[in-house]
Design a protein around this ligand. Structure first.
Ligand SMILES: NC(=O)c1ccc[n+]([C@@H]2O[C@H](COP(=O)([O-])OP(=O)(O)OC[C@H]3O[C@@H](n4cnc5c(N)ncnc54)[C@H](OP(=O)(O)O)[C@@H]3O)[C@@H](O)[C@H]2O)c1
Length: 425
């Protein structure tokens, strides 16, 4: 039996979940792996605060050095959240040669280069399964099980809050603002929901995941990002009529040395496996040249599911004689030789409002045709106040061509009211 002395940075939702799992499952973990984890110190902001778990008061501290600098503590678990001071505390722990396990996608996506460099320099481990999609073992699957693949495409529902909102908008026809309010009341959305609904959280995750999948650093700032706050129920309903479901997808594709990485609302055909991922569940759909299509599905957040990933990292770290790090050059810049394109190809959904008069449809098809764009589906609704609603889905087209066509279409007689990308056709 080996005992590993552990320190926590943070003891909120995730910290309490890890505390509970380590205590409840102590005997099984010991039996299965021969390792016992002993929690020595826990950093919090407010020692007097009531917590979900009964954590002995003498373990709590407000001094980060009690965790990061204690020579007895071998493993530091970070669940504070935010970029700072979490990054600084993790750096300190790594500089002290300790293994760091983190659930913090933001700190990792923005400062991975610093953390990895400190870990390598001090021969310390850095593990982050819990930072991407909670309980789903997507990091380990990507770096271990799929080593024999050239991964060319990842599409994921990686944020439970936005998936919950879009699922309810779609099933009930409710407005975005009403469902968001409800999600906040139920604790499924933060009081300040920006990170989730504007796609930052998903962008951190796809930056991390695509870097591992492509074996090349894809920094956060090259990820195109558009959230769901401008989504209108009418588009979800029209999409449904045409056989599509709306999801906030995190997408990364690589063709040779050209990549695109993006987060945006996306229609997918109802036959696509991601369509069935509802509520706060997450899923990652990926394609490798040898494994073909694959989907990983499960709980992407929550105290116990995230704790499951954290403890899995702890056991993985404990089982390794030397720390494991990504092999690509990790310097916060796009890997040398790669380029990022903003002219990705997919289908596009357009909703237009138009004067109900002859020649309008010809104008629309000419503008699209001039950019080499052809129409896959077309639907027209009766005019209201003299304006007809036209909804169309294009065949595969380039982002820039579609933007040019939209600019050419727009005028007093026709307005493109919404443009939503369509994947998986
Ligand atoms: N919630 C999820 O479902 C989920 C899923 C996957 C990953 N994560 C990630 O896990 C991390 C933690 O999330 P959470 O939901 O557990 O957050 P949380 O409930 O807000 O807990 C944060 C903890 O960190 C402590 N803390 C924060 N700032 C501190 C500071 N400056 N000094 C000392 N202590 C500080 C807080 O202390 P007090 O308790 O005294 O306030 C609290 O114990 C985040 O990075 C998040 O992105 C969360």
């Amino acid at each position: 039996m080996r005992t590993i002395i552990v320190g926590f940075l943070g003891c909120g939702n995730i910290g309490c979940g890890v505390w509970k799992l380590l205590n409840e499952f102590k005997e099984d973990l010991l039996h299965r792996s021969g390792v016992e984890f002993s929690i020595k110190k826990i950093l919090v902001r407010d020692i007097a605060k009531k917590r979900d778990e009964v954590v002995p008061r003498h373990l709590l501290t407000t001094n980060p050095a009690d965790v990061t600098d204690d020579p007895e503590i071998e493993m530091v678990l970070e669940f504070m959240g935010g970029e700072t001071p979490a990054t600084q505390y993790m750096l300190r722990a790594l500089q002290m040669g300790k293994t760091v396990v983190t659930a913090n996608k933001m700190a990792l996506a923005l400062n991975w280069h610093l953390l990895q460099s400190a870990a390598e320099k001090h021969n310390a481990g850095l593990y982050y399964e819990a930072a991407v999609c909670g309980a789903i073992p997507v990091i380990r699957t990507t770096i271990d099980s799929l080593q024999s693949n050239r991964i060319e495409e990842i599409m994921g529902i990686v944020n439970g809050t936005t998936n919950y909102i879009l699922t309810r908008m779609s099933q009930e026809g409710s407005d975005y603002a009403d469902v968001l309010r409800d999600a906040q009341r139920l604790g499924l959305a933060e009081p300040d929901p920006t990170s989730d609904v504007e796609g930052y959280d998903a962008a951190y995750k796809i930056s991390i995941l695509s870097s591992l999948a492509f074996h090349a650093r894809v920094p956060f700032d090259v990820v195109y990002r558009q959230g769901i706050s401008q989504i209108e129920t009418v588009d979800i309903a029209y999409g449904k009529e045409l056989g599509y479901t709306l999801k906030l997808l995190a997408i990364a594709k690589r063709q040779g040395n050209v990549i695109d990485a993006r987060v945006h609302p996306t229609f997918i055909p109802d036959s696509h496996p991601l369509t069935s991922v509802n509520g706060s569940f997450n899923a990652i759909f990926l394609h490798g040249h040898a494994c073909d299509d694959m989907m990983l599905f499960g709980r992407g957040a929550g105290s116990a599911p995230t704790a499951s990933a954290v403890v899995s990292d702890m056991l993985y770290a404990a089982s390794r004689e030397t720390p494991r790090h990504p092999t690509f050059r990790n310097n916060n810049e796009l890997a040398e030789g790669l380029t990022v394109t903003d002219d990705w190809h997919c289908s596009f959904y357009l909703r237009l409002s138009a004067s109900d008069r002859p020649g309008i449809m010809a104008h629309i098809t000419t503008c699209l045709g001039n950019e080499g764009i052809s129409i896959r589906n077309l639907m027209q609704r009766d005019a209201v106040d003299g304006r007809a609603q036209i909804v169309l889905i294009t065949h595969d087209a380039g982002e820039c061509a579609v933007r040019n066509a939209v600019e050419a279409i727009n005028g007093p007689d026709v307005q493109v009211e919404s443009m939503i990308r369509v994947e998986g056709n």
